[in-house]
Write a protein that binds this ligand. Sequence first.
Ligand code: APR
Length: 313
Amino acid sequence: MSKISIIGAGQVGAATAVRLVDMELVDEVVLFDVVDDMPQGKALDIAQSTPVVQKQVAIRGTNAYKDIADSDIVVVTAGFPRKPGMDRLDLLAKNIEINKSVSANIVTYAPRTIVLYVANPLDLMTYVCHKLTKFPAQRVFGMAGVLDTTRFRTFVAMETGYTIRDVQAQVMGGHGDAMVPLVRYCSVAGIPLTELLPKAKIDAIVDRTQKGGGEIVKLLKTGSAYYAPGAAVAQMCQAIVRDEKRILPVCAQLDGEYGYKGPFVGVPVVLGRKGVEKVLQLQLDAQEKALLAKSVSSLQEQLDEIEKGKMYQ
Ligand code: APR
């Protein structure tokens, strides 16, 4: 694999590009945006870092969709932030409009690519992109779980004092508040988290993780997180490009797994060169199943709203 394009050269798009260049994962990175000159400026700035960091990657900014041709992966971070006075549906409609234009151009210029969606509301946007591109679900999926788990892992390392290297975690379900943390599957060097921290501390970490995006928004005052999202996207790209077969939480389409058919939801998958190569089915206990059911049913309601309102046709 040799080319990754990023649609949306904002904060997350640019942070992702820097990571990809530093990892020297592919030969070429393309940064696309609708704003004139901005992606060209950011790409030139990143290109000028490459002699210092000694990374041989061609990075190019563009306002022309034709430049994404032959991409192996297209990362979509193009999105509209919530503005004062906009309700959830207004924001959804606006982001679906962006999704329509992005998906149509991906179909035209990069019909064989893998699409890695990042813009919010993630689970819904990934679903809409899959409907619009009509690509196999193996090639259309979203990034949320890797970010949620890396937040969880950070908090566990902070709380226990143990190295981040040994902390493992799994989450399922929708992104954000709808996230289903799987505490039973969290460990530090194989030692279950429940043996290392009291329940109250674990509950507080879960709560902080679910509200992790909001905590950063509050601190930044303008905009939302981008360093950790960029790192999470880059890790997923690496799993694909190097065919690592990593087991990562990914927003992927369920086709009967866990009893659901159709929605895109966070689940552990095997990620490799073909994209989502397998959805793993964990043996969830009753409480985890109930949390997942709640998460999926709230997603399904929103998907019904999108379908009923013919919002993407
Ligand atoms: N096509 C391409 N790019 C677009 C389009 C479009 N139709 N519409 C908007 N954009 C671009 C904007 O010009 C902007 O540069 O998308 C970029 C979004 O960048 P930021 O506003 O900086 O947002 P960012 O912080 O990067 O977040 C992007 O990722 O994490 C999610 O919730 C976040 O949905 C948001 C997305």
